[in-house]
Ligand binder design. Sequence first.
Ligand SMILES: NC(=O)c1ccc[n+]([C@@H]2O[C@H](COP(=O)([O-])OP(=O)(O)OC[C@H]3O[C@@H](n4cnc5c(N)ncnc54)[C@H](O)[C@@H]3O)[C@@H](O)[C@H]2O)c1
Length: 483
Amino acid sequence: MKRRDFIKLPAFGVIAGTAGYASAEALHEDVTEVGTQLRDRRPVRNMHDFQAKPCLPLRVGYIGLGMRGYASLKRLSRMKGVEIKALCDRYEYPVRRAQDYLKEVGAPPAAEYFTSKEVWKDLCARDDLDVIYVTTPPWCHAEMSIQSMLAGKHVATEVPAAQTLTDCRRLVDASEKMGKHCFILENCCYDFFESMTMQMAQDGFFGEIVHGEGAYYHYQTDELRAQPMPPYDQEANPYYRVLMRAAQGNIYPTHGFGPVAKAMNLNTGDRVEYMSSVETEDFIFADMIKEMAQKTNSPYFKQFVGKKFVGINSSIMRTAKGKTVFVDYNTTYARPYSRIHQLTGVKGFAMKYPTECICQGSITPFSPQKLKAIRKKYTPELHRHIGDLAKRFGGHGGMDFIEDWRFINCLQNGLHIDLDVYDAAMWSSITPLSLWSITHRSNSIDVPDFTGGNWKTNSPIDLSLRNGGRNTEVLPESAAGAQ
Ligand SMILES: NC(=O)c1ccc[n+]([C@@H]2O[C@H](COP(=O)([O-])OP(=O)(O)OC[C@H]3O[C@@H](n4cnc5c(N)ncnc54)[C@H](O)[C@@H]3O)[C@@H](O)[C@H]2O)c1
């Protein structure tokens, strides 16, 4: 289809000002052009097994100190050899709160940046940072990560890493050009069941895994009925969870897809070739917003009246080796929380939700006793090493702590990272590609190979710690920061 022939879709629901697409034409152009560019891309270097210079002490900066950024800062200030050097947020309050915490744990004060939307660029320009944590709303991640890498820093970005295909490609370009890691903070990859199934996959428990399923089923409609508390406001800083929903497509694919992709060796032995997507209409959210606007007369809700909101989005993918993956998204309709995490192999089967179920060569789920034995056998060494402490510390049951500890440890030791820029780009590309597909009657669309062909030889995730990486000490709470 020629660009000029593309029919404008009246209900295209992205609010201007987000880093998404302003129109269906822009989406189409992005997907076709970047798809073509990536077809023959030659990587400058392979960031999958890239080993950067060890950083000890590891000097950290934060951009975005809301819920995720602040929680991460608390975890990192427990890790020996980490120095929190710089803090940035659009608003003063989150910076102040983080600074107070550093003081409380006896750490030196960090440099402060706040009160402007662009002040994060000054933090990037500092010459005393090794890594920048990007924990801002989703539409900020790509630009902040790219500029951080171009300024010579490694990056850890919250999910999703990017919202357009161009930005997925730019992340890869920046990481390869600068030799800087772009770690996607996909904490679910480090959850206990998910990591165990990765180990089982590597050890052949499933045989060939032919199909995987993941999802983000997280009911949030009631939570979004309330007008968010300051610093959110109707124009300057609307709450990202509402703003994100004023779009279509799978706007939050990585929690479900990431762990399945890792278990199925996508980007490391196999790759997704194409996908298609369907989506329901939104049957309740727009009405709820309208009702809230009438009831409260609040400009906060009024700004969303008449917007089109995401429904349930379902995507299906096929890989180069002839396997399939299903990825679903639903945060609107009430149902129990689930990320599914299902793997179907020629020999074995595993599924996490609604209750953990594993079987092998039979349709009968393993007994609780057998499950215990499976856990004993297949829990990765990383989790054996740090899992109990992580559970005590918390953060989604411990997985957030394991994720942070592992990344910090890799940087401190110059080890290659588990979730690289190719994962960040490919997993995040599901957002624009699912959007393209649903605006084209669910036609299939190619999923670009961000690895530039290296997927054929890149090695699978390895949580065995056999190459070292046990040495980041975790300080008792009383000693955190005092290093
Ligand atoms: N991995 C997970 O389990 C998980 C869970 C929740 C959220 N998230 C992701 O984490 C990210 C942050 O979520 P959150 O709940 O912490 O959000 P939040 O709104 O609590 O925090 C975001 C912070 O970024 C700041 N910010 C916004 N624009 C900025 C700018 N231009 N410069 C500097 N600071 C800016 C805001 O003021 C705010 O303090 C989101 O992208 C979300 O998708 C991940």
